[in-house]
Write a protein that binds this ligand. Structure first.
Ligand SMILES: [Fe+2]
Length: 238
């Protein structure tokens, strides 16, 4: 049975809003025998991922330059990265003033503010007159062999990453189904499961791409196999 057969057999399916693949799965062995039966599947408790590509090549160039210069001066950040086995550099524990240090970061924050506000609207957050505010912002220069193990960002509302430089072969961002610990006897998903049904989702970053998610969403950066440096700026809003 093809998707168009289903449409011919049971026009009501078109009203369900289900994607054709789900409609096909539901109707196999059902619609053909019982053409008037209606079944529906609703997606609840959706996990949203916001993605935007910033139309700001010059800003990206300035950010790349700043992200290469700042680590050279930040001895504390270098030491922290070494001590914690971070292959490369992160300003996470050493610098809290990137927007004051380099105008490019201040410009980036203006972009982030508007995208975070848009995402908060899409999530139907009831914030009253308040807007989410930048809480922390740090840069990451990950070398080949670097990883960032699975984690969440406690005490924040929205977290995200802006990708400055992504060499070929650089790690994706790996997102984990937040219900993973509750799945008990749930079978594992098919290798080719629909994206919304997958337990882990990999997002391939591209330069100038901004990703936002809710801060409770566990994520990680698997082993980075790129030869060049993978440069990103991460942040929290609360
Ligand atoms: Fe993170």
């Amino acid at each position: 049975m093809t998707v168009s057969d289903i449409g011919a057999n049971c026009a009501n399916w078109a009203k369900t809003g289900l994607n054709p693949r789900t409609r096909l799965a539901l109707t196999r062995g059902l619609c053909a025998r019982y053409p008037c039966i209606m079944a529906s599947i609703e997606t609840l408790f959706a996990t949203k991922l916001y993605r935007a590509v910033l139309n700001a090549r010059r800003l990206n160039d300035e950010l790349e330059q700043a992200c290469r210069e700042i680590p050279r001066e930040d001895r504390a950040g270098q030491a922290w990265s070494r001590k914690h086995g971070y292959r490369g550099y992160t300003s996470y524990a050493s610098l809290a003033d990137l927007p004051e240090r380099a105008p490019a970061f201040a410009d980036l924050v203006k972009h982030l503010d508007s995208h975070v506000a848009a995402f908060a609207r899409a999530l139907d957050f009831d914030l009253g007159a308040r807007a989410l505010k930048l809480d922390s912002l740090w840069l990451n220069v990950m070398k080949s062999g670097g990883v960032h193990t699975a984690h969440i960002h406690p005490k924040s509302v929205i977290s995200g990453t802006y990708y400055v430089t992504v060499p070929p072969g650089a790690s994706a961002l790996k997102l984990e189904d937040p219900r993973l610990g509750l799945m008990m006897a749930a079978p594992r998903r098919k290798t080719r499961a629909a994206r919304e049904n997958q337990t882990f989702v990999y997002v391939e970053p591209k330069p100038r791409t901004l990703l936002l998610w809710e801060s409770w969403l566990r994520h990680e950066v698997p082993l980075n196999r790129a030869r060049g440096e993978r440069i990103s700026v991460s942040f929290n809003y609360a």
